[in-house]
Design a protein around this ligand. Structure first.
Ligand code: ASP
Length: 589
């Protein structure tokens, strides 16, 4: 390598040095008797000065050919800028007086300027991602990502974890989401799946005695992408033997303490708060509670048991609940139009509607106020209503009412920008999740997290007859209302594992076909074990205060799972299809 320095690293300390630089042309300027080029590499930009009195004829001629993004090799001398110091540039105290320039490659005019504060569509950026990644902002994020992963690796090493890779082409083993599948050429008609996570392999590694495993693991889930979700993503996957829940939580807290210190210079408080799933649902209407603002749910079931408003009284007396949140002081801003919008959100989250009222001039009015006048005093007192408050109600089964109100609550917090300290990171563990939930469509039980979590000792008795009452030793780490990690203590006893599989409707044959290998392994001395998997993309996004997961991934996919850069997914040639024995039958849609 001929290069002596990176452009962006030159400082006044290099004064007088002869340097050889490589980089891309940010821009060039012709001032008649002097010519300037800004040359960029991964470390930043430096100004080159081409003085006709210093350069030979050939270099002068070359200058007129040079355009944006041309790739150059430049020889020159670092000189101080003296009175022309540019305080906005890292290298602003110096410039490089050019002796010689070589054009290493030409460049077409890029579809957007290589600079921050771009105002172009995300799709254009994704199509030309290699240019997008040249921008300082993206360069910085990718390097922050590398630092994060490096810091994780150092920490894990320090705790004596062993990094082990697990395969990408695996057997399709249901883990909650849809698998991506890969047809086998050698075994036509058979398919591999891409791992939704290394879950079963890390459990097998515990059976193998590795005791403490980790991996910076790529995971694949065929789900609709969203702002905070991608089809392929990266987790820190870890598993430990002979541990209890507290061991996993404490290790994770230590890790996060180091990460926030190293990456952000922030001392986070440990241990993190803990809420059980039920507490979190009851208070925040979510198992991913945004706790940087109050507006918690208040239970009004007792008050409305005997009221004349049927929607409330039947929910309250029929085993359900009536709950409310109070939006403080926003009665005027909360127009009918907005309330209709909030109602849509409640409905999307399982509610039949969204009852509301305002408290103005000392009394309740609007919305459902006229139906519950007799409860006005009780409401005023229980909710500590003040003039200007707006109240939203949820009346339904416990989980449904809370969920819908929880979604409205988060929307209101965002819309009215109610969080004061945006730089604060709120960390909370959510523990004791129900092991199962009912699939709304089929009515049968499905695992709430995955099938491999250990039931709590005081609820395991309900496994066969009332599975909805079984809780798991399951934990999620939530930061600022986002799920950052999930994990559990696992089942290590084959009979119990089988029982759990049967609870979700699998029969012996299916269990054997899908999970026979795991149950077999458990017959050969499986240690008690547990683990967790923090999502690295999402963690980085939150740490950096960003809201688009694509911005922290070098080559992300669009929300409809396309790679705009390469054109994936794509069709296969007829030869390829024949080799894997697949006929494409296009559906009529
Ligand atoms: N495999 C789980 C997941 O990806 C995490 C875990 O339980 O360790 O969500």
């Amino acid at each position: 390598m001929k290069r002596t320095h990176y452009c962006g690293e030159l400082t006044i300390k290099n004064k007088g040095e002869n340097v050889l630089l490589n980089g891309w042309v940010q821009r060039s300027r012709d001032l008649g008797n002097l010519y300037f080029i800004q040359l960029r590499d991964r470390e930043g930009i430096v100004q080159l000065v081409i003085d006709p009195e210093r350069c030979n004829e050939q270099t002068m001629q070359l200058f007129s050919d040079i355009k944006r993004e041309y790739v150059l090799e430049v020889k020159g001398e670092v000189v101080p800028r003296n009175e022309n110091i540019n305080p906005d540039m890292k290298t602003g105290e110096i410039e490089v007086l050019v002796d010689d320039i070589k054009i290493l490659n030409k460049a077409k005019l890029p579809p957007f300027h290589i600079e921050d504060n771009l105002n172009v569509s995300e799709n254009l950026r994704l199509k030309y991602r290699y240019l997008d990644l040249r921008r300082p902002f993206m360069n910085k994020i990718m390097r922050t990502r590398y630092k994060l992963i490096d810091t994780i690796r150092n920490f894990m090493r320090g705790k004596e974890f062993i990094e082990i890779e697990t395969p990408f082409l695996i057997k399709s083993t249901p883990e909650g989401a849809r698998d991506f599948v890969v047809p086998s050429r050698m075994h036509q008609g058979k398919f591999y799946a891409l791992p939704q996570s290394p879950q079963l392999f890390k459990q097998l590694l515990m059976v193998s005695g590795f005791d403490k495993y980790f991996q910076i693991a790529r995971c694949f889930r065929d789900e609709d992408a969203r702002a905070d979700r991608q089809t392929d993503f990266t987790q820190l996957d870890l598993e430990m033997s002979f541990v209890e829940q507290d061991d996993v939580l404490t290790l994770t807290e230590q890790l996060f303490k180091v990460l926030f210190k190293e990456m952000k210079g922030i001392d986070i408080k440990t241990p993190f708060d803990r809420l059980t799933y039920d507490q979190s649902m009851d208070m925040y209407g979510s198992d991913k509670p945004e706790r940087r603002y109050g507006m918690t749910l208040t239970d009004l079931t007792e008050i409305f048991k005997d009221c004349g408003f049927k929607v409330f009284s039947s929910a309250a007396s029929g085993g359900g609940v009536v709950r409310a949140i109070v939006l403080k002081g926003k009665a005027e801003e909360c127009t009918r139009k907005k309330i209709t919008e909030y109602e849509e959100i409640a409905k999307k989250n399982g509610a039949k509607g969204l009852a509301w009222l305002r408290f103005t001039e000392g009394e309740i009015n609007g919305g459902i106020a006229k139906f519950i006048k007799d409860k006005e005093d009780a409401l005023k007192e229980t909710l500590s209503l003040e003039d200007g408050d707006v109240v939203f109600f949820g009346a339904d089964e416990r989980e449904k009412a809370s969920n819908a109100l929880g979604a409205v609550r988060v929307h209101l917090i965002r819309e009215f920008e109610l969080i004061e300290d945006k730089d604060f990171f709120d960390m909370v563990w959510i523990t004791d999740y129900p092991l199962f939930e009912k699939d709304e469509e089929t009515g049968s039980y499905i695992a709430k997290h995955h099938l491999f979590s250990m039931p709590t000792s005081d609820t395991i008795q309900y496994l066969e007859k009332e599975p909805e009452k079984v809780y798991g030793i399951l934990y999620d780490l939530v930061i600022n209302g986002s799920e950052i990690a999930s994990g559990s203590i696992r089942v290590h006893n084959p009979e119990l594992q089988k029982k759990i599989m049967k609870t979700i409707g699998m029969d012996d044959e299916e269990i054997d076909q899908k999970f026979g290998f795991l149950l077999d392994a458990f017959e050969y001395g499986a240690p008690p074990h547990g683990g967790i998997a923090p999502g690295i993309d999402r963690l980085l996004m939150i740490m950096e205060g960003m809201d688009n997961l694509k911005d922290v991934i070098a080559f992300p996919k669009t929300n409809n799972q396309m790679c705009l850069l390469t054109g994936a997914p794509d069709e296969l040639s007829s030869e390829q299809l024949e080799e894997i024995g697949i006929d494409i039958v296009k559906s009529e849609k």
